[in-house]
Design a protein around this ligand. Structure first.
Ligand code: KG4
Ligand code: ZN
Length: 363
């Protein structure tokens, strides 16, 4: 790459309307010039989860203002941009179409290249927004929609090692929190409730323990936790159950990461070993601590993006777009919005447990 790239990123795949301007220098230095996130929590809270139709409408209503604010905070005009990057999937397709269409309009009217970014690739590069983490690295992506272990060899070169066969880790946090009467989003609420609780007070199942590979499963834990939730009466019991759930999720994430690290280290013998955890669940302190221990055990460096870049944001989309542009990659203006779009299409196609159902290859 021989020039500085200044890219507008747009993210509308779930319940945040986000826009950001990121600068990627020729030497690889990254600067986030602005990162604006409009959340829709209040609109979805009465329903206990994200309602796709409401999300799509809210994106339409706010994308103009959010993008204008991102440009203004960056102190730039559209004419200063080198390109536009918009999430093109996977996600709620009504929302994805809003950001992608907005990006296409800016690209067309300003004669700029468009990059249709995979949301997962955004999470994959998110730790590179604030730290110098060269490729390759092992990534655990844990969010409300995704739970997977990926060998990230470079931009556009991710290999999926394992994925959830049912719920994503954040989804498990959210659903169990809901069964305990906690507000949406449940992850942070459950973490708060768990403070001071005894994780050993409830015996929760360990899924897929003896099974080959690096897949995750949270449905058994969800059922067991809901059963216990119906029996708790005191505040102390609720605290204990929250602590037990949090610890069970952290344990499964670290056990699978432990196995993946051993395999990854064997494959990358003689190379620097790096581990990154990204996605909303990476905000959880117990999860982070467990993974940090696991990384230390296998001699991996440990990185997690700051909280603002763990959850959905447009800075990670802008950076993924900038890294693609730096490699000479852009997309045509008829790029489509995709509800499902696995980062590693080969792994998704060859593993039929992930090819069907509500989550399908998305997760
Ligand atoms: O990355 P993200 O904002 O959205 C997706 O792409 O899915 O992740 C949101 C998820 C939610 O399930 C939320 O409950 C979970 O991340 N989460 C947490 C915490 N903060 C967010 N889970 C556990 N502990 C937290 N502190
Ligand atoms: Zn996400």
């Amino acid at each position: 790459m021989s020039q500085t790239l200044t890219v507008l990123g747009l993210e509308t795949s779930c319940d945040e309307t986000a826009a950001s301007v990121v600068r990627l220098d020729a030497d690889g230095a990254v600067e986030v010039l602005s990162s604006v996130i409009g959340t829709q929590f209040a609109q979805h809270a009465p329903y206990g989860g994200v309602v796709p139709e409401i999300a799509a409408r809210a994106h339409v209503e706010t994308i103009d203002a959010v993008a204008a604010q991102a440009m203004q905070e960056a102190g730039l005009g559209y004419g200063d941009l080198s390109g536009v990057a918009a999430t093109a999937g996977p996600g709620l397709v009504g929302g994805v179409m809003v950001g992608l269409s907005f990006g296409k309009a800016v690209a067309l009217s300003r004669g700029l290249p468009l990059v249709a970014v995979n949301h997962l690739e955004g999470h994959a590069v998110s730790a590179r927004l604030t730290a110098d983490i060269p490729y390759p690295f092992l990534l655990l992506l844990v969010s409300g929609g995704h739970c997977q272990l990926l060998a990230v060899e470079g931009i556009g070169a991710c290999r999926r090692l394992g994925s959830t066969i049912d719920d994503a880790a954040g989804e498990a946090f959210d659903k169990i929190a809901k069964s305990m009467g906690l507000p949406y989003p449940g992850g942070p609420a459950l973490e708060k409730l768990a403070e001071g609780g005894d994780p050993a007070a409830y015996d929760l199942p360990r899924a897929l323990l003896g099974r080959q590979g690096f897949d995750f499963s949270f449905s058994g834990l969800k059922t067991a936790a809901a059963r216990f939730a119906a029996t708790v009466t005191t505040e102390a019991q609720r605290r204990d159950l929250a602590a037990a759930v949090q610890s069970a999720i952290a344990r499964q994430l670290s056990e699978r990461t432990d196995k993946a690290m051993a395999a990854y280290a064997a494959e990358h013998a003689g190379q620097a070993l790096r581990f990154v955890v990204a996605g909303g669940v990476a905000a959880n302190k117990t999860v982070r601590a467990k993974l940090q221990e696991t990384a230390a055990k296998h001699g991996f460096s440990f990185d997690a993006p700051p909280l603002a870049y763990c959850t959905d944001n447009a800075a990670m989309i802008a950076l993924a777009g900038a890294e693609r542009l730096a490699l000479g990659i852009s997309d045509p203006l008829d790029a489509v919005a995709r509800p499902r779009w696995p980062l590693d299409a080969e792994a998704a196609a060859s593993n039929p447990t992930h090819a069907f159902g509500r989550k399908g290859a998305k997760a």
